[in-house]
Design a protein around this ligand. Structure first.
Ligand code: ATP
Length: 441
C-alpha cells in the first residue's frame, strides 16, 4: 500500500534530483576527473536514454503524428553570412556588467543593482556581450575563416526553406522541424542543466500565409502546453506567459513562453514566437535569392510568416525529472520513486530473476529477449528482490518482470507496477502484449 508523500521543500527537491542524477547515472559533471568545467555536463547511461526519449516524444507529436511537418538536420557550422542576415551578429547579446569589487561578471537583467557574490553596488555600465561562440574553419586563424557555433537551430530551417518546398512539394501552412545542439556563451550559466553553454533544442518553423499567423500562434501555444501535460507534468506546474512588448526578441511580433514551476520559481521551457517574415525577408535581402511562395491556385505570391515553437530538450528533461520525483512509504519502508511517463523513463521494463541460481537464468533471459525487441529493458540479478524493486522505482522504470522458481513449472511471471506496486501473475506468452498495451499511451 502506498501512503501520500510528505511534500519536500523546494530546495530539498532540487538537491534530491541533482543527487539522484549523479548517483544513478543520469547526469555527470563533464570531465569530472579533471575537476569538471563550469556548468557543463555529460549525460550518463540513463540520461542519454532519457534525453533520447524526450526527443522521440517531441518527434512523435511534431512530425510522426502530423502530415504537415517535415524534419531536417542542418549543419552546426555554417556560412557566417547566415548570422549576419539573421541579426545574431548585431543583436544576439546580453547586457554584461562587471563588479569592480570582486571582479565577477553578471547579466544586468538578472541582478538587482548589487553584485550577488559580494553585495557591492560598484558595478560597471552594462555593455552588450554577444553570446555566439566564435571559431575558425581551416588551419588559418584569420577574419576570412571565422565561423560561429549555431546559437539556435532555426536558421538551418530558414536557409533550407526553398529546398524543402521544392523537394517535398509543400505549401503553407507547413512546418520544418529539427532537433540538435546549440551553443550560447551564457554569462551566468547555472541551476544544473537549466542553463548551460551547450544544450539541445527542439525547434519547428511553421510557414503560414501572413494573415493567418496570429491564429497559428494561438494554436501552437495550446498544442505545446498539451504536450508537456501528455508526458506527465501536472497542469498546476505549467503556464503560458505572453511576453511584454519590451521583452520581445528582435525578430518577434508576439511571443508566449511555456513555463514550468521550477524549485526557484517559474522558468521558461519553450518560447512560441511569431517571427513574421523577419527571417525569410532578411535572407532574401542578404543572399539575393527570392524566398517567396507562389500559390499556383490563386496566383498569389508572398513571403510566408513563421510561427516557431522553440523548446530545450535538456531543460525539458530536467523539468520531467523534477515533476516526477516523489517519496512515499511502502509497507513501512520509505522509497524514492520517479513517476516518469513510460515513454520518457530510461527503461520501460526490468527483468529480475528472483535468484542468481543457474536454473532461472535461461528462462529469465528468454523473457528479456522477447521484451527487448520492443522495449528498453534492464536485466538485474544481484541483491535482494526488494532492493532491486527500490532501485527500479528510483530510476522510474514503470514495470518489473520477476521470474521465480514457480515460473519454471507454470510458465508464468510476476509483473509489478511502479506507482501502485501492484503485482499480477501472467503467462509468459502474454507478457509482451500485456506490457505493450499498458505502455502505448
Ligand atoms: P533565456 O531568456 O532563458 O536566456 P531564451 O528566451 O533566450 O532563454 P530561446 O532562445 O527562446 O531562449 O530558446 C528556446 C529554448 O531553448 C528555451 O526555452 C530553453 O528551453 C532552451 N534554452 C535556451 N537557452 C538555454 C541554455 N543556455 N541552456 C539550456 N537550455 C536553453
Amino acid at each position: 500500500m502506498t501512503t501520500p508523500p510528505e511534500p519536500l521543500t523546494d530546495h530539498g527537491l532540487f538537491d534530491a534530483v541533482v543527487n539522484l542524477c549523479k548517483r544513478r547515472g543520469f547526469v555527470f559533471p563533464s570531465a569530472e576527473i579533471y575537476g569538471g568545467i563550469r556548468s557543463t555536463y555529460d549525460y550518463g547511461p540513463l540520461g542519454a536514454q532519457m534525453l533520447r526519449n524526450v526527443r522521440e516524444a517531441w518527434w512523435r507529436a511534431m512530425i510522426q503524428e502530423r502530415d504537415d511537418v517535415v524534419p531536417i538536420d542542418a549543419a552546426i557550422l555554417t556560412n557566417p553570412k547566415v548570422w549576419e542576415a539573421s541579426g545574431h551578429l548585431a543583436t544576439f547579446t546580453d547586457p554584461l556588467v562587471d563588479c569592480r569589487n570582486c571582479k565577477e561578471r553578471w547579466r544586468a537583467d538578472q541582478i538587482d543593482g548589487a553584485c550577488p557574490n559580494c553585495g557591492s553596488t560598484d558595478l560597471t555600465e552594462a555593455r552588450p556581450f554577444n553570446l555566439m561562440f566564435k571559431t575558425f574553419v581551416g588551419p588559418v586563424e584569420e577574419d576570412a575563416s571565422v565561423a560561429y557555433l549555431r546559437p539556435e537551430t532555426a536558421q538551418g530551417m530558414f536557409v533550407n526553406f526553398l529546398n524543402v518546398v521544392t523537394s517535398m512539394r509543400r505549401k503553407p501552412p507547413f512546418g520544418i522541424a529539427q532537433i540538435g545542439r546549440a551553443f550560447r556563451n551564457e554569462i551566468t550559466p547555472g541551476n544544473f542543466v537549466f542553463r548551460t553553454r551547450e544544450f539541445e533544442m527542439m525547434e519547428m518553423e511553421f510557414f503560414v500565409p501572413p494573415a493567418d499567423s496570429p491564429r497559428w500562434l494561438q494554436y501552437w501555444c495550446e498544442e505545446r502546453l498539451a504536450w508537456y501535460q501528455r508526458y506527465g507534468i501536472a497542469s498546476e506546474k505549467l503556464r503560458l506567459r505572453p511576453h511584454d512588448t519590451e521583452e520581445l526578441s528582435h525578430y518577434s511580433s508576439g511571443t508566449t513562453d511555456v513555463e514550468f514551476l521550477f524549485p526557484w520559481g517559474w522558468g521558461e521551457l519553450e518560447g512560441i514566437a511569431n517571427r513574421t517574415d523577419y527571417d525569410l525577408s532578411a535572407h532574401e535581402e542578404h543572399s539575393g535569392t527570392t524566398l517567396e511562395y507562389f500559390d499556383q491556385a490563386t496566383g498569389e505570391r508572398y513571403v510566408p510568416h513563421v510561427v516557431e515553437p522553440a523548446a530545450g530538450a535538456t531543460r525539458t528533461m530536467m523539468a520531467f525529472l523534477l515533476a516526477a520525483y516523489d517519496e512515499d512509504e511502502i509497507g513501512g519502508e520509505r522509497r524514492t520513486v520517479l513517476r516518469l511517463h513510460p515513454r520518457i523513463a530510461p527503461y520501460q521494463v526490468a527483468v529480475l530473476p528472483l535468484s542468481k541460481k543457474e536454473a532461472l537464468t535461461p528462462l529469465a533471459r528468454d523473457v528479456l529477449h522477447r521484451l527487448q525487441r520492443y522495449l528498453m529493458c534492464e536485466y538485474d540479478e544481484t541483491q535482494s528482490i526488494g532492493r532491486r524493486y527500490r532501485r527500479q522505482d528510483e530510476i522510474g522504470t514503470p514495470y518489473c518482470v520477476t521470474v521465480d522458481f514457480e515460473s519454471l513449472v507454470d510458465e508464468q511471471v510476476t509483473v509489478r507496477e511502479r506507482d501502485s506496486t501492484e503485482q499480477t501473475r501472467l503467462p509468459i506468452d502474454d507478457v509482451v502484449h500485456h506490457l505493450l498495451e499498458r505502455l502505448d499511451l
